[in-house]
Design a protein around this ligand. Structure first.
Ligand SMILES: [Mg+2]
Length: 167
C-alpha cells in the first residue's frame, strides 16, 4: 500500500493555499489545475506512475489536511480520477482524519491495522518533514520525503515505482 499526501506531493503546487482554503473549487478553470499539477507532461507522467502501480495490485490512498471534495475535483480535472476511488481519499473532513484529530501518523496506523499490514508493506509519501519524521521515529511504515517544494520529482516517482519490486 502507498499512502500519498496531496498538496505539493501529487500536485506540484499547494492547491489548498492557492485557493485560500476553499472547500469548493468548481469555479476554477482547467488551466488552474493543469498548472497546479506542473503542466501536461507531468500529468502524463503521474498517470503512467499510478497506472503501473495499480496494475501490480498495489493499493493507493491519499491522506491530506486538505478537503476531500477539493482533492476529488482536482484529480478529475487532470484525468487522474480513475486511480483514486472516493473511498481511497482521506481529507481533513474524512472520518479517519476527524477521529485521529487531524494527525496523519495515527491515521496511517489505523489504515494499517484495518488491513493487517506490516511496516515493510506500506510506503508513506509526504513533503511535510514533521509527519515523515513522526512515522520514522515511531517505526510505523516506510517513508519517502518529497524534497523539493514542487511535488514528486521524476527521481522520486522512480523510487516509489521500485519500492515494491519483486526481488
Ligand atoms: Mg503536502
Amino acid at each position: 500500500m502507498i499512502i500519498y499526501d496531496f498538496d505539493q506531493t501529487i500536485p506540484s503546487s499547494h492547491i489548498f493555499h492557492a485557493t485560500g482554503g476553499a472547500a469548493e473549487v468548481g469555479e476554477f478553470e482547467d488551466d488552474f489545475f493543469i498548472d497546479a499539477f506542473g503542466g501536461e507532461e507531468r500529468i502524463l507522467r503521474l498517470q503512467a506512475h499510478f497506472f503501473r502501480l495499480k496494475k501490480r495490485g498495489i493499493e493507493l490512498l491519499i491522506l491530506s489536511h486538505g478537503w476531500s471534495g477539493v482533492i476529488i475535483e482536482s484529480l478529475a480535472r487532470v484525468e487522474l480520477s480513475e486511480f483514486f476511488a472516493s473511498d481511497t481519499i482521506f481529507g481533513n473532513d474524512s472520518d479517519l482524519m476527524t477521529q485521529n484529530r487531524g494527525e496523519k501518523q495515527p491515521a496511517i496506523q489505523e489504515l494499517m491495522r484495518d488491513r493487517h499490514l506490516q511496516f515493510e508493506q506500506v510506503l508513506f509519501v509526504d513533503d511535510d518533514w514533521m509527519v515523515v519524521e513522526q512515522c520514522k521515529n515511531s517505526e510505523t511504515c516506510r517513508t519517502l520525503h518529497v524534497e523539493a517544494e514542487a511535488g514528486l520529482t521524476e527521481n522520486e516517482l522512480i523510487t516509489i515505482e521500485n519500492a515494491f519490486s519483486p526481488s
